[in-house]
Design a protein around this ligand. Structure first.
Ligand code: KG4
Ligand code: ZN
Length: 347
């Protein structure tokens, strides 16, 4: 069964073809990052207009690379929330028109559920077993992106329990703001990772443990970073320091920030997994592309950790197609009068 997945919830126009919910036949992503970088963040109206420009060629390329004709498609899966309304509308309407004209099911999917289903995707020659069989449910999922930091228990396909969420900034948002404080580019996560290298911060930044809760909070560490950056002459950019001194300070502060955020995410994920008796851990969302987070989670977990390759952690169409497949084989499909839902949640 071949499903086309379309994803336009934020600033990537993405389309992919996935066979039988697991085999990635193509995965095309038209990034708008260079455009939004000029503004230091995603500008919603610019994003939706870029989707209008790129959605048709991106879908055409996904079909071509996948070696699949439109007539061979069994369904179209698309994100209808959460995300930016204007961006979601472009993908949703495109998917509706395509499914309608081909007379095939329309599968309107939750973006967060899509991030979880990235763990089901196989790449070339990757014979990884179906997570449902090995290690099997229940899973403890950490979804960390630009808009979410959720700890979700997945008891079975379609059965989710939200255990914890961020009380202020999402992890990705915190990375993006920290990068801005340090005078680094957008998006901040990859930039913080790049400049941190193997550096260890001289001083640690605080961690918000929020004892007895699975929730997160990242605004404290961001404020602590801001104050230290001001003290050390890094903020406001371009800063008072110069050359190698500046580089060293930025490296150490970025590293201390990354350490703090990763430490909290790893500890709280493992704690929740143990409490709920999970059989495996699933990571999804842009922040889980972070190398330190991936390394630490695997090192510290006694359970199998399912981590998609970085390109399938950030927003993509393949995860939406994989998600759509699981709904389709359970007899689900969506109505053609469905609207976008910018604040859709998983429960
Ligand atoms: O899932 P995603 O691609 O889009 C949303 O659904 O939000 O996540 C984007 C977020 C951005 O905040 C970006 O800075 C962060 O993921 N990110 C990273 C890394 N790569 C992307 N954060 C930390 N380390 C990375 N390597
Ligand atoms: Zn996402």
């Amino acid at each position: 069964m071949k499903i086309l997945g379309i994803e336009t919830s934020c600033d990537e126009t993405a389309a992919a073809v996935v066979e039988d919910g697991r085999k990635v036949m193509s995965n095309i992503i038209a990034s708008q990052v260079d455009i939004h970088a000029r503004y230091g963040g995603v500008v919603p109206e610019v994003a939706s207009r870029q989707h209008v420009i790129h959605v048709t060629p991106t879908v055409a390329e996904a079909l071509e690379v996948g070696g699949v004709t439109m007539k061979e498609l069994d369904a179209v899966a698309v994100t209808y929330g959460p995300g930016l309304a204007g961006s979601l509308l472009v993908g949703l309407n495109f998917a509706k028109a395509l499914a309608f004209s081909l007379g095939i099911p329309l599968l309107c999917m939750n973006h967060l559920e899509g991030h979880i289903y990235s763990a089901w995707l196989q790449r070339d020659g990757d014979g990884a077993p179906d997570p449902e069989r090995e290690p099997g449910f229940p899973f403890l999922c950490l979804i960390a992106s630009g808009g979410h930091t959720d700890l979700v228990e997945m008891e079975a396909h379609g059965r989710y329990r939200l255990l914890g969420r961020t009380r202020d900034d999402a992890a990705g948002e915190a990375f993006d703001k920290a990068a801005r404080i340090l005078g680094l580019g957008f998006p901040g996560g990859p930039e913080i990772q790049r400049v941190s290298g193997g550096a260890l911060g001289k001083e640690a930044l605080p961690r918000a443990w929020l004892k007895d809760s699975h929730d997160f909070s990242f605004s404290g560490v961001k404020t602590a970073l801001l104050h230290k950056a001001q003290d050390r002459g890094i903020y406001p950019p371009p800063g008072e320091l110069e050359g190698a001194d500046m580089e060293r300070e930025v490296r150490e502060m970025a590293s201390a920030f990354q350490e703090s955020v990763v430490d909290v995410m790893v500890s709280k994920t493992l704690e929740a997994a143990e409490k709920r008796g999970a059989r495996g851990i699933i990571l999804g969302g842009g922040v889980t592309a972070n190398a330190l987070l991936r390394e630490r989670m695997v090192q510290q977990s006694g359970l199998p950790v399912l981590i998609p390759p970085p390109i399938l952690c950030t927003d993509n169409g393949a995860m939406m197609a994989a998600c759509g497949y699981q709904h389709l084989i359970r007899g689900h499909s969506s109505s053609f009068d469905l609207d976008v839902d910018p604040s859709l949640s998983l429960e």
